[in-house]
Design a protein around this ligand. Structure first.
Ligand code: SAM
Ligand code: SF4
Length: 345
């Protein structure tokens, strides 16, 4: 049986063979989660004891491929692989190779950096992965254990970042989720890291997507606060050439030191008006927004062998139903049931 489908887009939207929403935005970016599993339990994301999906619930490699192939046919140009922790997906190398054959302008992946070796980096690059983003929230070893609740060290993640770059990935991005009284005192250290190692450090506001439901507005260290902290030591200048749908505002150091910093402010200053993204969870739920309560199951279509045009119609309908924005700031805001590691950031 097929599950609930997204409400149908008007006929002219369906004919356009593009992913457009009812608010005039064109969707060109797909975030594909390839597993809900993770070897970390970051306090702001995933609680110990969280149950992962049985493997048979997840899409198979050929299903991910068929879905992305269909999406490319209706205008998806850029793809990001994520999770859970995508490097735990057993067929990741093969999947990257398959996806590398598609006509995409960019394929990137986000990882916690627990283990990125030279061999793997080279294989991924050869297969068509263009960029890597690493998550790292502290440069202090004891804090690393507290935040990630894993045995992976800061040193290991930094080694992964340098290995990726030495293997040929362009300037890696480093995502830091900044939380008041948890790691906000390390903002300047991360800016220094960007300068010393010519990295692109993205500071992200803590979003109400943690599975422990511990998010409080007071824990959000806003991007204004991050910028003020950095500029006390190093004035910044706006970097030209941000893509219109970039999730971050990007800055260079005014003294022309190497490195970049970016500010991602979904809480204090949402960027929904320029959002061009559609998300697919590891088990095939299409989500039009990180904060949506609605999601639609494409897996039955894939498992019943429906043709590419049926998949494309499904994607067109899902994109058309993308909400105008989220309302984190409002008193009525309700976080989605599905939390970050089960969506894919
Ligand atoms: N496991 C990989 C990693 O951590 O890079 C990929 C998946 S993770 C869900 C993707 C991104 O979401 C990471 O950069 C992580 O820091 C971010 N993230 C997770 N929970 C978050 C939250 N509650 N607020 C803001 N960012 C969050
Ligand atoms: Fe795992 Fe990434 Fe979530 Fe941390 S942020 S628990 S590494 S999915």
């Amino acid at each position: 049986m097929l599950g609930p489908s997204p409400p149908e887009a008007p006929a002219d939207f369906r004919r356009s063979q593009e992913l457009r929403d009812a608010h005039g935005r064109v969707i060109t970016d797909l975030r594909l989660s390839v597993t809900d599993r993770c070897n970390f339990r970051c306090t702001y994301c995933l609680e110990p004891g969280t149950k992962f999906l049985p493997r048979q619930e997840l899409l198979h490699r050929d299903e991910y491929l068929r879905l992305v192939q269909a999406a490319v046919g209706v205008g998806i140009r850029t793809l990001r692989l994520t999770g859970g922790e995508p490097t735990l997906y057993p067929e990741l190398d093969e999947l990257i190779k398959d996806l590398g054959q598609l006509e995409l302008d960019d394929m990137a992946m986000t990882t916690n950096g627990w283990s990125v070796t030279r061999d793997r980096s080279r294989r991924w690059l050869d297969a068509g992965l263009r960029r890597l983003t690493f998550s790292l929230d502290t440069l202090q070893e004891d804090r690393m254990q507290t935040i990630t609740r894993s045995r992976t060290t800061v040193r290991e993640v930094l080694d992964s970042i340098m290995t990726a770059r030495d293997s040929g990935f362009p300037r890696p991005k480093v995502n830091m989720v900044v939380m008041t009284d948890v790691n906000h005192d390390e903002v300047a250290d991360f800016a220094a890291l960007a300068r010393t190692h010519d990295l692109d450090v993205r500071f992200i506001e803590f979003m109400p997507l943690d599975s422990g439901r511990n998010w409080e507005a007071e824990n959000v260290f806003t991007m204004k606060q991050v910028q003020q902290t950095i500029e006390k030591r190093w004035p910044l200048k706006r970097s030209s050439g941000d893509a219109p749908h970039s999730t971050s505002t990007n800055w260079l150091f005014a003294d022309d030191a190497p490195g970049k910093v970016g500010f991602i402010s979904p809480v204090s200053s949402p960027f929904c008006g320029a959002c061009n993204r559609l998300r697919v969870t590891a088990e095939g739920k299409i989500r039009p927004c990180l904060f949506s309560h609605a999601e639609w199951d494409v897996r039955p279509l894939l498992r019943r062998g429906l043709d590419e045009s049926s998949l494309q119609e499904f994607l067109i309908d899902a994109a058309w139903n993308k909400p105008r924005g989220h309302d984190i700031g409002n008193a009525e805001f309700q976080p989605p049931e599905r939390t970050m590691s089960a969506i894919g950031g």
